[in-house]
Design a protein around this ligand. Structure first.
Ligand SMILES: *[C@@H]1O[C@H](CO)[C@@H](O)[C@H](O)[C@H]1NC(C)=O
Length: 238
């Protein structure tokens, strides 16, 4: 009994892990960022979803739908984005299966923040990069979290080495004399090491009790067999 239960729990873990990963794999944006300059081209890919897939979006409370047929059309491209293309986008199958969604912001300004498109896991290393539209060279940038100044970086980027839930929030950056980026949300997923610690505990207690019970029963059985055997011997000896 113990082995199937353990395997079952392991399987659930594996499925949760796979679920998270396929969730992330299902939706891709090229270029891989949440902020775009006006007139840039962007394409949305819905990977790992089967059947009839649509890219959907809500822009300015208006619905946006682009059909993606798994074989002939694998992505939706907007050749030139405008301010009004800002909004929430996701992939959805006709069966109602949904990928994670992303909030894309288009700016008419000349500074954007490059931040992870999909939620990051606790402990991950995250780099936020401040980008200038006209020059690719590094410019000193100031970074803000939830509207509060964080720090200044001469390389134009900051790295959070082991991200935690408290790093979640809205980030933006500013390059002096050039401009400020829009804000984008960084989402941090908690590492679910112990889904249910208390039930896990009782699970192991139960496992231990079962094992002890089994051992006791086996010993008793052996004793009984031994006694019967001795009895038989005594009977035959008589
Ligand atoms: C996108 O923005 C909407 C509206 O502000 C918000 O409700 C939603 O949670 C956001 N989604 C993500 C993935 O950040």
């Amino acid at each position: 009994m113990e082995v199937p239960v353990l395997c079952f729990r392991l399987l659930i873990r594996v499925f949760i892990l796979l679920g998270v990963q396929s969730d992330n794999a299902a939706f891709r944006i090229v270029p891989n960022r949440l902020q775009l300059f006006e007139f840039e081209s962007v394409s949305f890919h819905c990977d790992g979803l089967s059947g009839s897939v649509q890219l959907r979006g809500i822009r300015n409370t208006k619905d946006f739908i682009c059909d993606i047929n798994g074989t002939s059309k694998v992505s939706c491209t907007i050749q030139r984005v405008y301010l009004t293309d800002s909004g929430e986008y996701w992939c959805e199958t006709d069966g109602g299966q949904r990928s994670n969604s992303v909030n894309i912001t288009i700016t008419v300004g000349s500074v954007i923040l490059e931040s992870p498109v999909v939620p990051v896991m606790e402990g991950d290393c995250v780099t936020l990069r401040c980008r200038n539209k006209t020059t690719s060279s590094h410019l000193t940038a100031d970074f803000y979290k939830d509207g509060l100044f964080m720090k200044s970086s001469s390389t134009g980027e900051i790295t959070i080495h082991s991200v935690s839930k408290s790093d979640e929030g809205f980030y933006k950056c500013n390059i002096s004399d050039v401009g400020e980026s829009p804000e984008s949300r960084l989402t941090v997923r908690a590492l679910d090491r112990e889904t249910c610690p208390s039930s896990d505990h009782s699970f192991y207690v139960l496992l231990l009790l079962r094992t002890v019970f089994t051992i006791v029963m086996v010993v008793l059985l052996l004793l009984l067999v031994g006694l019967l055997h001795c009895g038989k011997l005594r009977v035959t000896q008589k």
